[in-house]
Write a protein that binds this ligand. Structure first.
Ligand code: SF4
Ligand code: SF4
Length: 378
């Protein structure tokens, strides 16, 4: 079940072929609308060959690399969440009877395609595990989540460069994927040399490799992979001091920094849409124009909408200040109480895709640096 091998770039399509023969639908990175997104792919030609991403607070641009790397970018706006918890799920459809009652209630079938995730980063594997814990580990597990993901074949790709907003090292979630994959690839590009060092993580991973031309890795290959991993770890675009971060945020519900960030925050919810672990949903009932049929849908929602906290008498979190504080405190502090882990994997997407460049690492640092501790001068 273990082993380290080398696959040449020219044989990459043989890997995809071995998955296709096992009836997997392969989902991986591809370029669309000037971003790297996840979609169905059928050959290496669909991958973002020779592209990289430039990321900073509120900034994302694709630009050309000077090589033909297949995975030479960090992460894009999509995450694997869209397969675990799709943005729009039809729960049922029914006929509306003359008396207003419902009949002919039908639920859509739960079967999902057999998926292979190609290109999952270490932080994303952690996010997949966290979301599974949320969706399956509670009192009311979501059976659809397990149907969608229990048979997923995962080909992780170790990051060859960190993005400008990455901080997985601070969150202990990367950059090297250590478990939770069937195969893990490290892309090696050196002059004319272009190949992949492949770590096997499961029996079915070993089975797939047998159908792909490969050779056993030697010390030179392992060392080359380690150089890539170490280089990425040293390039983190952001840093977050997580020392007692739960206590820090719980002590500072009334810190003036929440007012400052609220002046910039548009409460657009972008940060929650791109976050691989945010899981808020709502339920909507929609009728057709004749009023003869009704459908119930589960859709992504966001704690940044005023309706999300609407209960009897109005919204609980009516100000941008309260909504931003809720989001960041949940991510970094109260997730620990709810799920025994941080809610943040340090992927940096919320920083990159915030239209005004709000950066949770900067917000946490500002609160830490200006915290007034009653006992500080005792
Ligand atoms: S909070 Fe931001 S950095 Fe953390 S996992 Fe979500 S999108 Fe990534
Ligand atoms: S922090 Fe940024 S992305 Fe999130 S709701 Fe506010 S403005 Fe939108």
């Amino acid at each position: 079940m273990t082993g380290v091998h080398v696959i040449e770039r020219d044989d990459f399509d043989a890997l995809l072929g071995a998955l296709a023969r096992r009836s997997y639908t392969i989902v991986g990175p591809t370029v669309r609308d000037r971003a790297i997104v996840y979609d169905e792919i059928s050959s290496a030609g669909d991958l973002p060959i020779g592209w990289t991403d430039e990321q900073d607070g509120g900034h994302y641009r694709l630009r050309r690399r000077d090589d033909e790397a297949l995975f030479g970018y960090a992460v894009g706006p999509h995450s694997w969440k869209q397969y675990q918890l799709p943005a729009n799920v039809k729960l049922w459809r029914a006929r509306v009877d003359q008396d207003g009652g419902l009949s002919e209630v039908t639920e859509p079938p739960r079967e999902s395609p057999r998926l292979a995730f190609l290109g999952a980063r270490s932080c994303e594997l952690h996010a997949i595990g966290m979301l599974d814990r949320v969706l399956l580990g509670g009192v009311h597990p979501d059976p659809a989540d397990s149907a969608r993901t229990e048979d997923v074949f995962i080909i992780a790709v170790q990051c060859g460069q960190a993005g400008g907003t990455c901080f997985c090292v601070s969150m202990n979630t990367g950059p090297v994927a250590e478990r939770g994959f069937d195969l893990a690839l490290t892309e090696i590009l050196d002059g004319a040399m272009h190949h992949f060092v492949v770590e096997v993580g499961s029996e079915r991973g070993a089975d797939v490799i047998q159908e792909v031309p490969h050779r056993a890795a030697v010390d030179v290959d392992r060392n080359a992979a380690q150089v890539v991993h170490a280089r990425t770890a040293s390039q983190m675009g952001r840093e977050l001091d997580t020392t007692d971060i739960k206590g820090l945020l719980y002590r500072n519900f009334e810190h003036p920094r929440w007012d400052e960030v609220a002046e910039r925050c548009l409460t657009c919810g972008n940060c929650t849409m791109v976050c691989p672990t945010c899981f808020c949903t709502t339920v909507e009932d929609v009728t057709d124009l004749e009023g003869e049929h009704v459908e119930r849908h589960q859709r992504w929602d966001s704690c940044f909408t005023i309706d999300y906290s609407h209960i009897h008498g109005g919204a609980v979190r009516h100000s941008p200040r309260s909504r931003y504080r809720q989001w960041m405190t949940h991510k970094l502090a109260s997730w620990w109480d709810q799920f025994g882990t941080s809610g943040c994997v340090g992927c940096g997407r919320c920083i990159t895709w915030c239209p005004v460049g709000i950066d949770l690492t900067e917000e946490a640092r500002a609160i830490r640096d200006s915290e007034e501790r009653p006992d500080a001068n005792d």
